[in-house]
Each structure stands twice: as structure tokens, then as C-alpha cells.
Design a protein around this ligand. Structure first.
Ligand code: K7E
Ligand code: CUA
Length: 681
């Protein structure tokens, strides 16, 4: 245990919270005059008339919902929720046989996660509208969402990690996204006494190749001291080729962290020269192959079927044996966000137990390295002298800085959790030029492109943790909220409040015209082994105790719609294809009493598979769950289930004719079919 003579973090926080109360009091609930806009003016500036479209797409993480929500800005209208790490009944995500493999991990099927940081793919340091990456914090994973479909297309698990928080920030060339361990663990993980934390626990900083769809892969993992690696950002411009991660708990506490991990006056920003890491890895210098079990899950574009590939090793790099690859920059005090300005010259650490931000100079960092201005060396990693790298501090800016974004016009915007405000300050002079309260307890803030080389500095969004009295009360738990401020003038102006889904830690946004969204997939390209291209292709077949039903969905019926010959003890797979070829004509499929899945939701041209194990004989209706036409209510059918051992013949019909007919016996597709029907029962 550490000495209790020093003021504990709890006492410190209590003190700053008390000050914050005073601050909040004098800010009161109203914007200051200089920032004031009338209601009518604010409304006009966020109003998007019916039939018109928003200027920006904004992607909000869902936090503990595990998903991503898509909003239009400036209206704040919710456009869509994209399921990622959590099963989603609305789209059948993680319930249907095609997508269940996406939630497989080395721990088994994990149908939930905590998603914090959406990260748009970049070209030359600017978001390009192709993909969105997001981290799974609890069971370390990175997902890639395809923005032409607004669909999760790939998930890579990160081994030797726990709490994948400093993730999935990208390099400006889009080559890598990263993953840093929030909770250090024994590496490789094994039964270890917790008291041996300082000796046995390690962090990992993982560089994941992310520039080819479907091929995300761990390039290397840097084995680092057992701290908590909280956030990260790539260098850009002058600092291109470097990556920066914040650390806290450099005290290496494993219990009562709120006190024990808040002792040191400064923790570190870890600076990684990742091109140097690449050359050590290429030369085999300081590297080893570590066994590691992790899954890589990819949805095949044409069949829409997800497959799991189990990986068994990673390349580990020991930074003490790869000279020049890593340095520590002392940074006050338990820093949370680390943010790099558009030029790449400043690396801003947000010390959450401090009163302002510390800006390190990349140029000074290079000089300090060259002149070996080291304080000490920790586990072979040089710690640079604070004064030798510091460019400036934003003094007494507020309390509890968390995150900083940039407007591309020379200003930085920092969120202050404790004093609940956004503070605008000038890069280089470190002077505060504007401040505005947020309601309440802001976490991240976001400017479209605000962590990129070329921000679209028109708005800043506050992502607030506490909603309290902002909306009609909804019981003891209120949803989180976002606030939109106009930053086109010298003063921030609050225009809009809107509630969010889950807890969006972070969000990213870009101009709408950078995204090219697909209208429908061509049925002719559908390579799902169970797809039907016409109504006549449907049918029913049996393989032992497994029954496969192939069905077409088209306004306003299923073909076939009457099924018999299924018995108790069978496992039934309904493979339903939406054979429509019109934008946004969607069908659904659900069957009475199904304990094995949710519904299917079928985009035009798409096939999905629902598993059903009927437990009792009887007649079971099924129906379309998406109101698709005037005769949607007629889009229904029946399955007859007979007792085990019954000799009722298998049949699939619509009207007075059989569907599939005599071709039944020969219809079993081979090969990939097993992956859908057999792999995830
Ligand atoms: Cu600050 Cu997870 Cu980026 Cu929450 S994190 S606020
Ligand atoms: Cu198809 Cu409703």
C-alpha cells in the first residue's frame, strides 16, 4: 500500500467537485449572453425541412448497447441503428444462422459488448466514407462496418488484452487500426496471484492491418508494462508514423484503483514509432511467436454468410529489444484522451485529475530523444523529461479534462467532465478564448473530422453522461444526451439537444456526400447456398432429423406457404430469400413459439436462415413481420408438426401445387451449405 500522507484522489475529486458546483452555479442554466441565440434562430439553423436531407452523417457508439446509431446533422434525427456486437431482434442480427458466427469468440458465443469509439476509415488523414471501425471493450474485438450497406461486415478478436478501450484509432494511411489494453493481464493469461501484478501483468498495444476488406489481421503486438492503456491517436503530418497512447495506473495497483492509481503526479503518454516496429518485426529483432486463441469473423459479400476462422498465434514485440521504438512522455495526471492536432505538431494529453491540458511538441520530442533528455528508463523504455517535451499547458481551463477535438482553424475544444463544459482554446498560445456549459457531465465531444488532418469545423457535439432535467422524465434512468453547438463564429452557440441510444462515448461525422449507400443487392449475385431465385425454386427436404425449407418472399406471400411432414424431434431451418428487386422493399419471417431465434429481416435480394425446433405437435403459423404491402396481413402460412415417428409425408405447397416437386430428393446443396445450417446449431 502507498502512503496515506498524500491527498487521496477521492479527496481531490471531492474538492474539485465542490469547486465545480460553484462553477456550475455561476454558469447557471443559461448560456452566457455572448453565446446566446434565440430559440427561433437556433431552430432555423437545425431545421431540415420535410423531404430534405441532413448535411452530415454522424455515427454514435452505443456504449453498453454494443451497437452504432446513425444520426443526421444538424437535425439530430436518428436514421438507423446498426447492430454490431449485440444481438439485435430488429434485424435478426446474431439470431439468424448467417450472422450468428459474427459473435463467436475464443470464449464462445458472446452476444453483447460495450462499444466506445467509432472510427471512420481514412485516406491521407481524412475520412473517406468507406468503413467505420468500432471497438468492443469487454471482450476485446474490433468490428468493421461497411458504409455502402450500413452493415457490420467483419469482426476481429484481440487476444492478450482485456478492456479493449484504446481502440480502434486509425493511421492516416488507413493501414492500421490499433487496440490497447485497458486492463493489464498476465500474458499469456494463466492462473496467477493478483498480488504479483507488477511482475506478471502486461499490457499489449496491437497493430491490426485494416486496409483490405475481409482481411483484418494482427500485424504485431507490442508487450508493454502493466499499466492501463486508455486512449490513443495516430500522429499525422509532421508526426506521421508515430502512435500515441495514454496510460494511467502507472502505480500498478490492482485494488482500490480510485485511490491507489491516483498517486503519481504524472503518468505517461506512450509514443510508438510504428515504422520502427515494422522494421524490427521484419528483421525478427525482439520478436517472438506467442500462442494465442482468437477468432476472425467475416461475412462473405455474395453469400451473406459469416464464417469464423480460429487464429492461434501472434507476433509479439519486446520494445526493450527494438531500440527507438517506444518512449514515455510524462503527462499530468491520469490522462484520459490523447489528441493530435491537424498539423500533427501537438500531442494533447487530457489529465482527468488536472485543471487543463498538457500539449507536447512533436519537434521537441524528437530533440529530446536525440539529446537523450531522459528522466529514467522503465523496463527498457526511456522516459523523456517533462519540460523537454512540453509545448504549453492550458492553465486553469476547467476541471476534469477528458477529450479534445480540433476545428481546423487553429482552435482546440476540450471537454471538461467535472466542470461540465466545453472550453475552446488556441493552439500554440494555450489561451482560453471561449467556454460554454454542457448539460450535464460531458464525456467525449465531436467535431466532424475533428481528429483528422482536415476537420469540417462547423459544429461541435457534446456527448453528455447525465440528462436529469433536460427531457420529460422517464423513471430513475434517463437516456444519455447529445448537444449540438454551432462553432462557425468566434463563440460556441447551443442550438439543439437530443437524446441518444445507449451511452455514446464517442462519435464521428462526415459530409453526407462522402457516403455512397447501396439501394439493393442483385438477386443474380446472391451466392447463399440456400438462395432461391424464383418462387418455383422453393421446397422442403430432410436430412435425418434436420429439415430444410427453401422459401421465396415476394409481395404478398411466401412460396411455399403450407408445410407438412415435420415431426417433433426435428430441427427445422427456414431459408428465406427476399426475391424483390426494389429499394427498401423488406420482408420479415417469424414462426409461433420459436425459442431458437428472433425473426428474419430480409433486404431485397438477400437470403437468411431461421432455426426452429418445435417441441410439441400441432399447427404453427408463420408470417411476414415487416409491413410490406396492402396485403401484408395476408403474408402468412402454416407448418404442421406431427408427433415423433409419424409417417406424414414431407410436403411444401402453395395454392394447389407443390413447390420444388420431384426435385426434392436431389436439392441438397453441398459444401458451404453446412456452414449455414450445420455450424451453429
Ligand atoms: Cu472518454 Cu470510453 Cu473514449 Cu467514455 S471514453 S467518455
Ligand atoms: Cu412481406 Cu409483409
Amino acid at each position: 500500500m502507498r502512503s496515506s500522507a498524500r491527498p487521496s484522489a477521492v479527496a481531490l475529486l471531492a474538492a474539485v467537485a465542490a469547486t465545480a458546483g460553484v462553477l456550475a452555479g455561476c454558469h447557471s442554466n443559461k448560456p452566457t449572453l455572448a453565446n446566446a441565440v434565440t430559440g427561433a434562430e437556433a431552430a432555423a439553423r437545425v431545421y431540415v425541412p420535410p423531404g430534405q436531407k441532413d448535411e452530415f452523417y454522424a455515427f454514435f457508439s452505443g456504449g453498453f448497447s454494443g451497437q452504432v446509431s446513425v444520426y443526421g446533422l444538424p437535425s439530430g434525427r436518428l436514421l438507423k441503428v446498426i447492430p454490431v456486437f449485440s444481438q439485435d431482434p430488429q434485424e435478426g442480427w446474431g439470431y439468424d444462422e448467417e450472422t450468428k458466427p459474427m459473435l463467436e469468440t475464443s470464449f464462445g458465443f458472446v452476444p453483447w459488448d460495450d462499444a466506445h469509439h467509432p472510427e471512420l476509415s481514412q485516406t491521407n488523414g481524412v475520412p473517406n466514407g468507406k468503413w467505420l471501425f468500432i471497438n468492443g471493450n469487454n471482450t476485446p474485438r474490433i468490428a468493421r462496418i461497411d458504409l455502402s450497406q450500413f452493415k457490420t461486415a467483419e469482426i476481429l478478436q484481440i487476444p492478450n488484452s482485456a478492456g479493449n478501450h484504446s481502440s480502434p484509432f486509425t493511421t492516416p494511411d488507413g493501414k492500421y487500426v490499433v487496440a490497447g489494453t485497458r486492463f493489464s493481464v498476465p500474458v499469456p493469461n494463466r492462473d496467477t496471484t493478483l498480488a504479483s501484478f507488477a511482475q506478471s501483468f502486461k499490457g499489449t498495444l496491437t497493430f491490426v492491418r485494416a486496409d483490405e476488406p475481409g482481411k483484418m489481421a494482427i500485424a504485431f503486438q507490442i508487450l508493454v508494462p502493466g499499466y492501463d492503456y486508455d486512449l490513443g491517436h495516430a500522429g499525422k503530418g509532421v508526426s506521421d508514423g508515430w502512435f500515441f497512447f495514454t496510460t494511467y495506473n502507472t502505480e500498478q495497483a490492482h485494488t482500490k484503483l480510485e485511490v491507489n492509481a491516483s498517486q503519481n503526479d504524472k503518468d505517461y503518454i506512450a509514443a510508438i514509432d510504428y515504422r520502427r516496429a515494422e522494421s524490427c518485426v521484419a528483421a525478427g529483432q525482439g520478436t517472438s511467436t506467442m500462442p494465442a486463441n482468437y477468432d476472425h469473423n467475416v461475412i462473405d459479400d455474395r453469400s451473406n454468410v459469416a464464417h469464423v476462422e480460429r487464429k492461434t498465434s501472434v507476433t509479439a514485440l519486446d520494445p526493450s529489444r527494438c531500440d527507438g521504438v517506444m518512449y514515455f512522455l510524462p503527462t499530468p495526471k491520469s490522462p484520459h484522451g490523447v489528441d493530435v492536432d491537424p498539423s500533427g505538431g501537438y500531442i494533447v494529453g487530457n489529465g482527468k485529475l488536472s485543471a487543463g491540458g498538457a500539449g507536447h511538441s512533436f519537434t521537441k520530442m524528437r530533440q529530446a530523444i536525440a539529446s537523450k533528455a531522459f528522466d529514467k528508463v522503465v523496463d527498457g523504455i526511456p522516459v523523456l523529461k517533462y519540460e523537454s517535451v512540453l509545448a504549453g499547458e492550458v492553465k486553469s481551463a476547467g476541471l476534469g479534462p477528458l477529450h479534445t477535438e480540433f476545428d481546423g482553424k487553429g482552435y482546440a475544444y476540450t471537454s471538461f467532465f467535472i466542470s461540465s463544459e466545453i472550453v475552446k482554446w488556441k493552439l500554440g498560445t494555450w489561451e482560453v478564448v471561449d467556454r460554454t456549459p454542457t448539460y450535464y457531465a460531458i464525456g467525449h465531444l465531436m467535431i466532424p473530422g475533428g481528429d483528422s488532418r482536415a476537420p469540417w469545423g462547423k459544429y461541435v457535439i457534446a456527448l453528455n453522461k447525465i440528462t436529469k432535467d433536460r427531457y420529460l422524465p422517464t423513471g430513475p434512468i434517463m437516456d444519455q444526451s447529445a448537444q449540438l453547438y454551432d462553432i462557425s463564429g468566434p463563440k460556441m452557440q447551443l442550438l439543439l439537444d437530443f437524446p441518444t441510444i445507449g451511452e455514446p462515448h464517442y462519435a464521428q461525422a462526415l459530409p453526407a456526400n462522402l457516403i455512397h449507400s447501396v439501394k439493393f443487392n442483385a438477386l443474380t449475385d446472391n451466392a447463399n447456398p440456400w438462395a432461391v431465385k424464383t418462387e418455383a425454386d422453393g421446397g422442403i427436404s430432410r436430412q435425418g432429423k434436420t429439415v430444410h425449407v427453401k422459401m421465396a418472399a415476394i409481395r404478398s406471400h411466401f412460396s411455399p406457404d403450407n408445410l407438412e411432414g415435420i415431426t417433433v424431434g426435428d430441427t427445422v431451418f427456414f431459408h428465406v430469400t427476399n426475391i424483390e428487386q426494389d429499394w427498401d422493399i423488406v420482408h420479415g419471417f417469424a414462426v409461433l413459439g420459436n425459442t431458437d431465434a428472433a425473426e428474419l429481416i430480409l433486404a431485397p435480394g438477400e437470403t437468411r436462415t431461421l432455426k426452429w425446433v418445435p417441441r410439441a405437435s400441432g399447427v404453427y403459423p408463420f408470417y411476414c413481420t415487416d409491413f410490406c404491402s396492402a396485403l401484408h396481413q395476408e403474408m402468412q402460412g402454416y407448418v404442421r408438426v406431427s408427433p415423433a415417428g409419424s409417417t406424414v409425408a414431407l410436403s411444401a405447397t402453395i395454392g394447389d401445387h407443390a413447390v420444388g416437386g420431384d426435385r426434392m430428393a436431389g436439392m441438397h446443396p453441398t459444401g458451404a451449405a453446412g456452414a449455414v445450417a450445420g455450424g451453429h446449431q
